[in-house]
Design a protein around this ligand. Structure first.
Ligand SMILES: Cc1cc2nc3c(=O)[nH]c(=O)nc-3n(C[C@H](O)[C@H](O)[C@H](O)COP(=O)(O)O)c2cc1C
Length: 356
């Protein structure tokens, strides 16, 4: 069948459709399990979770599905903000704190990753598939996962990043195009690149790599799946399309903003987190983006804006929330995940039939 690819073989799934991991709440165990039960691959975004939280979420997913699913982590170096960065952040964020009645933040300028502890949980819980973003997972962990028979998926936003992932031994590469919602997976230690669109990136990755390439960024329906396969991808990863599902943990105001969005609603900003991410343009984005060069690096700025974003959500103030979205957001349907997967497969099947 047209939907059987190197990716469906690798991951032991029916359809080459991955629900993107979405750290910070949207990829609930219910969403992950619903996608896996429908024949795709659900992914838990565990990047911000403690090892204990990860373990609980993994066990919850297991209680809801016996199909394969993925768990996704962030590969980050320890980082320290300079006093000037912390000071600039505090100064620029003060008006939002006052507007929301939020106290001064904990200004710890250090970030220490918990990746080793998270990876230990993955192995202990025998997670079926592991994916990661922001850099290359160290050889030690890639080797151990592969020895345990766990497929490993990395994220690239350029051909050079894809080649580095292949060199490290990953089994598949997500090619994340410029249209994608939320954080870009670009490696921080490489020079900042002009974002490459999905249509241009995927065939170049396919030509360069011998592992399956998964297209991500701006794909919302069966047309996107058929197009990705035509470009040589072995499957797709979609975030924004699954954000408005009832099973998604995205805040109701975030879902409402996605429903109201148009093609030009989003921008890329570093103001919320210190790392480039695409979301719906709102007051915070407009006011803070001009100052982004002065702010602490990811994930320190993310921590410093955390209580502002939480208070904004609680108080119904979407103008101060991070409303992550890809450029395809107006094509979202709000349907349950299983229906969305079935629709995508049926629509792509019609396209494939009409082309051949
Ligand atoms: C709300 C949100 C959160 C995301 N969080 C993660 C994450 O934790 N890990 C990751 O690898 N990708 C994450 N992504 C990026 C997706 O993996 C994927 O590249 C992107 O959603 C594709 O573009 P689309 O949103 O147009 O489908 C996130 C995307 C969204 C929309």
């Amino acid at each position: 069948m047209w939907y059987q690819t190197a990716l469906t073989d690798l991951l032991r799934i029916n359809y080459p459709i991955i629900q993107a991991p979405m750290a910070g709440g949207p990829s609930t165990p219910e969403l992950v399990a619903a996608v896996s039960n429908s024949g795709g691959l659900g992914s838990l975004g565990a990047g911000y979770m403690s090892p204990a939280q990860m373990q609980t979420a993994i066990r919850e997913i297991r209680s809801l599905t016996d199909r394969p699913f993925a768990v996704n982590v962030f590969v980050l170096e320890p980082v320290t903000a300079t006093p000037a960065q912390v000071d600039a952040s505090r100064r620029y964020l003060q008006p939002y704190r006052e507007a929301l009645g939020v106290a001064a933040p904990d200004n710890d300028p250090h970030f220490t990753p918990q990746l080793d502890e998270q990876m230990a949980i993955m192995l202990e819980e025998r997670v079926p598939v592991v994916s990661f973003t922001f850099d290359v997972l160290s050889e030690k962990w890639v080797r151990q996962l592969k020895a345990a028979g766990v497929p490993v998926i990395g994220t690239a936003t350029s051909v050079a990043e894809g080649a580095a992932l292949a060199q490290a031994g990953v089994d598949a590469v997500v090619g994340q195009g410029a249209e994608a919602g939320a954080h870009r997976g670009s490696f921080a230690h490489l020079p900042e690149i002009e974002a490459v669109g999905t249509m241009a990136l995927i065939p170049q990755l396919v030509d360069r790599l011998s592992v399956p390439v998964i297209a991500a960024g701006g794909i919302m329906d069966g047309r996107g799946l058929a197009a990705a396969l035509a470009l040589g991808a072995a499957g797709i990863q979609m975030g924004t399309a699954f954000l408005t599902c009832p099973e998604s943990g995205a805040h109701p105001l975030h879902k409402a903003a996605l429903r109201a969005s148009i093609d030009t609603s989003t921008t890329v900003t570093r103001a919320f987190s210190g790392r480039s991410a695409r979301g719906i343009t709102n007051q915070f984005v407009l006011e803070m983006t001009p100052h982004q060069a002065e702010l602490p690096p990811y994930p320190l700025q993310n921590r410093l804006t955390g209580d502002i974003r939480r208070a904004a959500a609680q108080q119904g103030r979407p103008e101060f929330m991070s409303l992550w979205a890809g450029q395809g957001s107006p094509l979202g349907t709000g349907k349950p995940a299983a229906e969305l997967v079935a629709d995508i497969v049926a629509q792509a099947a019609n396209i494939v039939r009409s082309i051949i």
